[in-house]
Design a protein around this ligand. Structure first.
Ligand code: G3P
Length: 222
């Protein structure tokens, strides 16, 4: 897979319901025009509508460690898959899970032929989840999330440290980084540090012109 820009819609108003569809269509159009690998991660309730309207991959923000049955209010992996999701984040810092649940979720996504991205907060947690064999680990220091201060510029050592431990433990696993990414320069730096792309939200979602920000971010992928 080529280096990626993964846009987490979180629960921002600008990325909910009709706004989510509009933003996903912008991402789709930019990806179509530039050939860039862009993945959108809307709320569960928006996955079906968005995945039917665009060509680029749609991932879920979260799944729970549950099976079919009596689990009111939980998110079932099979359900997000049937809505059109091709992968899921696991253990985002805004929705942390126990290690045992992370492990089951990675296995479940593999069984369903979906992509798994485990989010981590530092080099040690990256190390401890690399053995679980996810497709990606995304390192995101929580204190920089939504700050506009890029992890790749402010804490490059946390990214290179994560890349190093993952290479030693399980070189199959690809590393992403996120938190405060807003410019093509931030993306460029992330790639130079050994990642396969970025996971971001506010830099695009809160922007006056999300299309222009996406175009700038893409410049950093090359
Ligand atoms: O999942 C992406 C994320 O937590 C980073 O958020 O707003 O700093 O790009 P943001």
């Amino acid at each position: 897979m080529s280096n990626a820009i993964i846009l987490n819609f979180k629960t921002y108003e600008e990325a909910t319901g009709d706004n989510a569809l509009k933003l996903a269509k912008i991402c789709d159009e930019v990806a179509g025009k530039t050939g860039a690998n862009i993945i959108v991660v809307p709320q569960v309730s928006d996955i079906y509508r968005i995945s039917n309207a665009i060509k680029i991959p749609v991932y879920a923000q979260h799944i729970d460690n549950i099976k079919y049955g009596s689990n009111t209010g939980h998110v079932l992996a099979e359900s997000v898959k049937s809505s059109g999701a091709k992968g899921s984040l696991i253990n985002h810092s805004e929705n942390r899970l126990k290690l045992a649940d992370i492990e089951v979720n990675v296995r479940k996504l593999k069984e369903l032929k979906m992509t798994s991205i485990i989010c981590t907060n530092n080099v040690n947690t990256t190390k401890s989840v690399a053995v679980l064999n996810p497709d990606f680990v995304a390192i995101e220091p929580p204190e920089l999330i939504g700050s506009g201060i890029s992890v790749s510029q402010a804490q490059p050592e946390i990214i290179s440290g994560s890349v190093d431990v993952v290479r030693k433990i399980n070189p199959e696993v690809k590393v992403l980084c996120g938190a405060g990414i807003t410019t093509g320069e931030d993306v460029k730096k992330a790639i130079e540090l050994g990642t396969c792309g970025v996971l971001l939200a506010s830099g695009v979602i809160k922007a006056k012109d999300p299309r222009a920000v996406l175009m700038d971010l893409i410049n950093g992928l090359e």
